[in-house]
Structure formats: structure tokens, C-alpha cells
Design a protein around this ligand. Structure first.
Ligand code: PMP
Length: 404
């Protein structure tokens, strides 16, 4: 059991008001809030040991290097990667996907096939489309159904000996659907294809075990996990990371440089050109520690309660439709009210202190499927409460009255 009152004390932002009303923060799928311990870690870095890593012999540089490398180990342990060097610290999910997409340019040929799911965030669509344009590879799509789940029968039919890569999110940001990634990975491997799993929305709720999943690549962002923005990770199996060429050239990613020939550093540095987000990486480590201290089993169970309660209460409102009704979903409720534009709903809720996201959630193909411009998305975290859901429900009712 979580002590929610105590947990809320850890998040200073939850004490603020918006338009004179207590903040109700239900935009957790876009970015999570930051506990004091992570804020303290950031302040400590800039107050006490701010310096560049890996190159320095001086004390500050060594302290920063040690802490940064400790953060890498924390990520490794958290997702159960076999080797620390299989963790590349990046600027986030988008950056991680682009590293892999760029790397595959030299491995693909015209006519090779890539498979994407219909439920993806734009960041797991556009880099692959760019890759297809460059290589002549063909992008195929696993369709979705009305409840917002993937059509797995079609997926199995799409796979063949030309399939080189499959990419899919673990959890959909727009609908909350938890995808059957175990089945997706196993089937892809049978035809020799590699699989990249976008864990941006899964990692705040689920502790992934990349070895058990047998994922070739798994990516996520710290800012959805109580960490800072601009940092995340790319997990890749050693064999794949060794096969892929570096993404960017520069300092840190080399072994030797001369005008005749440059040789690259080993993993993970081959993919980490330039000065990284040192403070962000260290704070990411602190955020993982914090979330693990709360416990992912507790988090998942409590958020499930919030999801059930929120779904039941919102569905009592006449004319309200929820998109994404899969039995396996995380605490995301995407909805619309007949005749109400999601932006108008979002603007009124903001005046009541309630932060929700409105629009296509960087997943336009999903909105096209449902033939809607967007949705209102309320996404819950373990620091939210049922009382806050009551405030949302009352706010939605009020907005409906004003707008219809
Ligand atoms: N994939 C999914 C499923 C997401 O929800 C997000 C963030 N909304 C991203 C990718 C992109 O993450 P970032 O903006 O941190 O790179």
C-alpha cells in the first residue's frame, strides 16, 4: 500500500495553484513531475561538482564521471541489461530511435521490409520513413482495431524473410494500450528481424526486463520517470550496437584521430559524441532510485485503481466516449464529448486548475483511424488521487454545460 499523502509531500509542484485553484496534474503521459530528491541532485551537481566527464584528472571531473557512470549502471540494473556498455545515455526516446534508424541505413537494401504498429508516436514513425526514403526499404503497418489494440493476425501475416526490423511501443501514449510485445518480438525473431521497443510510456508503470523480453533495442525518456528532460537511454544488444555505425562524430566517441584515419571508441562511447547531459544523467539515476523506492508493483496496482475509478466516473457523463478500451492498459483515459472540441474542453479545465493534454498526442494515425481531430487525455500517476479525479469529473461536467 502506498502512503499517497506522504508521496505527495515529495513533489513540491503539487502544492501550487493554477488560476487560483489547487493544481490537478493529469498530464503525466507527456511529462511526469519531479520529486525533491531529484531536484536536490540537480542542485548538488551544479553547487558542488559541475565539470566535464571522462577526460579530467581533477577531483571534480572524477566525481562527476563516477556519478554519471553510476547512473548508467542504475539504468542497466533497472531494465536488467546484461552489460553496462549496452546502455547508451541519450537525449531521450526520440534521440535513441534516431540513433538506431540512422545506423540501419548501412544495413538495409531496396525491397527490405520494416514493420511499424498503427499505435505509434510520431517519433517511432518519422525516423523510419526517412530511413525508407534513403534506402528504398518498404514500411508496412500492423493495423489497429476499434478498442485500440493491434491486429496480431495481420502482424503474423506481414512477417516474412524480407522483414528486417519491427518497431512498436510497449504502451501507447495516446490510448494507454499495453501491446503484446513478447509475441511481437518472438515472431519477428523467427524470420530473423530485429525489434525496437519504444518504452517511453511503459517505463513509468512497468519495470521492463530486456533480457527476458529478448528485445534487440529498448528506449525510454527520463522525464516520464520523475527525472529531468533531455535525457534518456538506448538499450541495444551488444551484437547490434557493435554492428551499427556511430550516429554522430566528435569528441568522446573516438579511440584515435588523425587526418589519415580515425578509429572509434568501444561501447557505449561510440554513440556518445560530445559533452552529454551530465547533470541530467545523474538526476535520472536519482529518479530511478526514487521510483524503485516507491516500488513498481505498488505503482502499477494503485494506478490501476485510479484508472478503474476514473473510467467508471467519466463514463457516467452522457455523451462521453473513451478511446482505447483494451483490457490491458495503463492509467491513460483519452476521451471526447459529443459536440465538444477537445481544445475547448482543455482550456476550460485549465481555468479550473486541471492540466490535461488535448490534441492528437503526436499520434495522428490513431486520430485518423477514429476520424477525430484529437482527444482530451487525462493520464494518472502514483501521486494522483481519487479526489483529484472527482475534481476532473466535475470540471468536465461544467465544461460540457458551458460548451453545449
Ligand atoms: N514514444 C512515446 C510512446 C511517447 O509517449 C513519447 C513522448 N510523448 C515519445 C516516444 C518521445 O519521447 P521524447 O519526446 O522524450 O523523446
Amino acid at each position: 500500500m502506498l502512503n499517497i499523502d506522504k508521496i505527495r509531500e515529495d513533489f513540491p509542484i503539487l502544492k501550487r495553484t493554477v488560476h487560483g485553484k489547487p493544481l490537478v496534474y493529469f498530464d503525466n503521459a507527456a511529462t511526469s513531475q519531479t520529486p525533491q530528491i531529484v531536484i536536490d541532485t540537480i542542485v548538488d551537481y551544479y553547487s558542488n561538482y559541475n565539470s566535464n566527464i571522462h577526460r579530467g584528472v581533477h577531483t571534480l571531473s572524477q566525481e562527476a564521471t563516477d556519478k554519471y557512470e553510476e547512473a548508467r549502471i542504475k539504468v542497466q540494473k533497472h531494465i536488467n541489461a546484461k552489460e553496462t556498455y549496452e546502455i547508451i545515455l541519450t537525449a531521450g526516446t526520440t534521440h535513441s530511435i534516431n540513433i538506431v534508424a540512422a545506423g540501419f541505413e548501412s544495413l538495409l537494401h531496396k525491397g527490405d521490409e520494416l514493420i511499424v504498429s498503427a499505435l505509434e508516436h510520431h517519433s517511432n514513425i518519422v525516423p523510419w520513413q526517412m530511413l525508407c526514403e534513403k534506402t528504398g526499404a518498404i514500411l508496412k503497418v500492423i493495423p489497429m482495431n476499434d478498442e485500440g489494440s493491434l491486429d496480431m493476425e495481420t502482424y503474423h501475416q506481414l512477417l516474412n524473410e524480407n522483414t528486417k526490423l519491427v518497431f512498436c511501443n510497449h504502451v501507447s501514449n495516446a490510448l494507454g494500450t499495453v501491446n503484446p510485445i513478447e509475441e511481437i518480438i518472438e515472431a519477428a525473431h523467427k524470420v530473423g528481424a530485429a525489434v525496437l521497443i519504444d518504452g517511453a510510456q511503459a517505463t513509468p508503470h512497468i519495470k521492463p526486463d530486456v533480457q527476458q523480453l529478448n528485445a534487440d533495442f529498448y528506449v525510454a525518456s527520463a522525464h516520464k520517470l520523475c527525472g529531468p528532460t533531455g535525457v534518456g537511454f538506448l538499450y541495444g544488444k551488444k551484437e547490434w550496437l557493435e554492428k551499427l555505425p556511430p550516429y554522430q562524430g566528435g569528441g568522446e566517441m573516438i579511440a584515435t584521430v588523425s587526418f589519415k584515419k580515425t578509429t572509434y571508441a568501444g561501447l557505449p562511447h561510440k554513440f556518445e559524441a560530445g559533452t552529454p547531459n551530465i547533470c541530467g544523467g545523474i538526476a535520472f539515476g536519482a529518479a530511478l532510485d526514487y521510483m524503485n523506492s516507491v516500488g513498481f508493483d505498488h505503482i502499477a496496482a494503485y494506478e490501476d485503481e485510479l484508472l478503474k475509478y476514473g473510467t467508471e466516473e467519466l463514463l457516467k457523463i452522457e455523451g462521453l466516449k473513451i478511446y482505447g478500451t483494451s483490457a490491458k492498459k495503463t492509467a491513460v483515459i483519452s476521451f471526447n464529448i459529443d459536440g465538444v472540441h477537445p481544445y475547448d474542453m482543455g482550456a476550460i479545465l485549465d481555468k479550473l486548475g486541471i492540466a490535461v493534454r488535448t490534441g492528437h498526442h503526436c499520434a495522428q494515425p490513431i486520430m485518423d483511424f477514429y476520424k477525430i481531430p484529437g482527444t482530451v487525455r487525462a493520464s494518472f500517476s502514483f501521486y494522483n488521487t481519487k479526489e483529484e479525479i472527482d475534481v476532473l469529473v466535475a470540471g468536465v461536467k461544467r465544461a460540457k454545460m458551458m460548451l453545449l
